[in-house]
Design a protein around this ligand. Sequence first.
Ligand SMILES: NC(=O)c1ccc[n+]([C@@H]2O[C@H](COP(=O)([O-])OP(=O)(O)OC[C@H]3O[C@@H](n4cnc5c(N)ncnc54)[C@H](OP(=O)(O)O)[C@@H]3O)[C@@H](O)[C@H]2O)c1
Length: 323
Amino acid sequence: MKAAVLHKIGETPKYEDYPDPKPKNEHEMVVHVKAAAIKNIEKMIANGSHYDAVDHLPMVMGFDGVAVTEDGRRVLAGSPNGMMAEKAVVPKGFVVPVPDELDDATAASLFNAGISAWFALSWRGKIKQGDSVLIMGATGVAGKMAVQLARYFGATYVAAAGRDAEALQRVSELGADEVISLAQSDEALSKAFTTLAKNHPLNCVIDFIWGHPAEILLDALTGHDLEADAHVTRYVQVGEMAGARISLAAATLRSAGIEMYGQGGGSVPKEEMGRLMTDIIPKLLQLAVEGKVKVDTEVVQLSDVEKVWSRSDLHGKRLVLIP
Ligand SMILES: NC(=O)c1ccc[n+]([C@@H]2O[C@H](COP(=O)([O-])OP(=O)(O)OC[C@H]3O[C@@H](n4cnc5c(N)ncnc54)[C@H](OP(=O)(O)O)[C@@H]3O)[C@@H](O)[C@H]2O)c1
């Protein structure tokens, strides 16, 4: 079969021949891949910056995608064995039927962004009706998903921060009450965060970017009143597009009710993960059918994987490989 194959950490995956995958036991099956989205996790695995260990090379890239089973069912599937290929082996229990109304690229783009936003908001963020939420990196695919899901979970005020002006416009169309440009001076950004937190005390921050914008935000959330009644802000760390490390003042945690969490592979408990294919993915697909969550996609051929892998002009669009 043809596949996107990574030979060495630090290289770009190449489109080439690769042996057909074979199920290891009766709990796995072969599927014919229709669409697989390129996400940051695969880019980080390929460039060696992800914490997940690569145990064998060469490897076929791609953790999830839309595929057709041998008995003709179109499914959204997760696979540890590589979905950026004509064929993949997936666990039989890790597939969800894709509703006819959804195209392959849309369904394939929901998996990673949808899961991260869902877990971050519901499991870590404990979001509830009436909450005020700030999404950092709201212009990305996962960020836009978080804006829409925050609304679905009942947030009454959704603020969204991002750099790209056009993408921020799109975030407004998707339902953000307020957009904050990260492309402004530190002073102006700090003021925008302070004003937001004053007018809409934040119950939850979902942060897809970390780095310097997180430092400015956390400084802005730092309290200055010993008598203040602590307002709890659950700060959920999800991604690191603006930097992997930050400097955090001790006083920030002492002076305000900030609770910091992370959400990603390795931190989600089994019970939550157990709901993934039975509840969460079917619900995300249904919300997409109803138009309550939208993803912006661009379709490219699997054969172009090497050419498109490092594209940086997407600003909130998911690139989807079609074998
Ligand atoms: N933990 C998990 O389960 C999980 C799951 C999914 C994603 N993630 C992580 O979440 C992050 C976003 O993922 P995504 O799928 O939304 O990616 P994406 O679609 O590529 O979006 C990237 C986002 O990062 C912003 N960005 C990039 N470089 C930046 C910088 N130097 N400073 C400030 N903002 C910057 C972009 O802003 P502009 O476009 O406005 O410039 C955009 O909002 C990634 O780090 C990804 O690995 C984690």
